[in-house]
Design a protein around this ligand. Structure first.
Ligand code: SF4
Ligand code: ZN
Ligand code: ZN
Length: 314
């Protein structure tokens, strides 16, 4: 029987890059410590930071929530219900369950309650791809919720494999500025709350093992609108083959990228949306533009008022 590196229990997994056999308990501990040290390494938090955790019910955000809840931080978890059919209903249930188990403050914001239609209808009416509309909506609603709940940062559950895949993809198509958005954190500015990625050095496989070993509830199904192109699938495969041959290379790569992240940045001229006052690089913000195109009205101010009410009730 192969034993755990730290105790006499049977090993449940082997961490190739750390050359350690670990039992379930010490594996969870290993990942918790890795997340904690990423918070410090990348200076993600100030002292006494209040955090808004964007949770989706998937394994990545559940790992982030579970791990950060052990650090005695001031946390508010938020689930954005985009109205993606049964997938959203299941995800919401899981988020309610896990936040109640962990005793974390939790709110849900429903897109349909805010603008009268769900995400698929909004995308159809705007004649835009689902994921691109989803990105605009999520960024806007999360930021408004973060502003009204007076948090210092928004924590996102993006893991190492997703980040490296997007970085490689953006490099291939030479969208270097987009790489600058894939660092461990973004700074806050007037009207825009900065983001952090506590799972910056945690791989997808590690999030899978973490939820499995800790018996945490999580949503196994993927969003019905998820689409992974051939290039993305190939890149993921390539990155993991690299890791198989050179254990630890994924973490080394992401650390180099984090070091150079500002070199990819293009200074944009920020102004404020003429309708809702949200920071924007054009006359109107993307959320106001997309709601105007799809529903005939800019919903920025309406949404802000409704979210302010939801936050003040909780
Ligand atoms: Fe949104 Fe689903 Fe696309 Fe993710 S996969 S961005 S949840 S529509
Ligand atoms: Zn052990
Ligand atoms: Zn606006």
């Amino acid at each position: 029987m192969l034993k755990c590196h730290y105790c006499s229990s049977e090993s449940s997994t082997y961490i190739k890059y750390a050359k350690m056999h670990l039992c379930k308990e010490h594996f969870i501990n290993f990942i918790d410590r890795k997340i904690e040290s990423s918070l410090k390494r990348y200076k993600m938090l100030e002292e006494k930071s209040k955090l808004l955790l964007a949770i989706s019910g998937g394994k990545d955000s559940i790992v982030m929530l579970n791990s950060l809840s052990k650090l005695k931080l001031n946390i508010l978890a938020l689930y954005l219900d985009l109205g993606l059919g049964n997938y959203s209903n299941e995800a919401k249930k899981i988020c309610e369950e896990i936040t109640s188990i962990l005793g974390v403050n939790f709110i849900t914001i429903s897109l349909k309650d805010l603008i009268g239609i769900d995400l698929p209808s909004l995308a159809k009416k705007a004649h835009r791809p689902y994921c691109s509309v989803c990105g605009i909506v999520k960024r806007y609603l999360l930021n408004i919720a973060a502003l009204y709940s007076k948090v210092d940062k928004i924590a996102m559950g993006h893991h190492l494999d997703d980040l490296l895949t997007f970085i490689f993809k953006n490099f291939i198509i030479q969208r270097m500025e987009d790489i600058s958005k894939l660092g461990p954190k973004t700074e806050s500015m007037e009207g825009l709350i900065g983001r952090i990625r506590p799972l910056y050095e945690v791989s997808e496989e590690e999030t899978r093992l973490y939820v499995e070993f800790s018996n945490l509830p999580y949503l196994e199904s993927k969003c019905p609108y998820m689409f992974r192109g051939d290039l993305e699938i190939l890149l993921r495969d390539f990155i993991n083959k690299l890791e198989d041959n050179f254990p630890g290379i994924k973490i080394s790569m992401i650390r180099y990228i984090a070091k150079n992240i500002n070199k990819f940045k293009i200074e944009s001229k920020w102004s404020y949306c003429k309708n809702c006052g949200h920071p924007s690089i054009s006359e109107y913000c993307s959320f106001c533009k997309i709601t105007k195109k799809a529903i005939g009205e800019m919903y920025g101010n309406i949404v802000k008022e409704k979210i302010a009410k939801i936050i003040s009730y909780n």
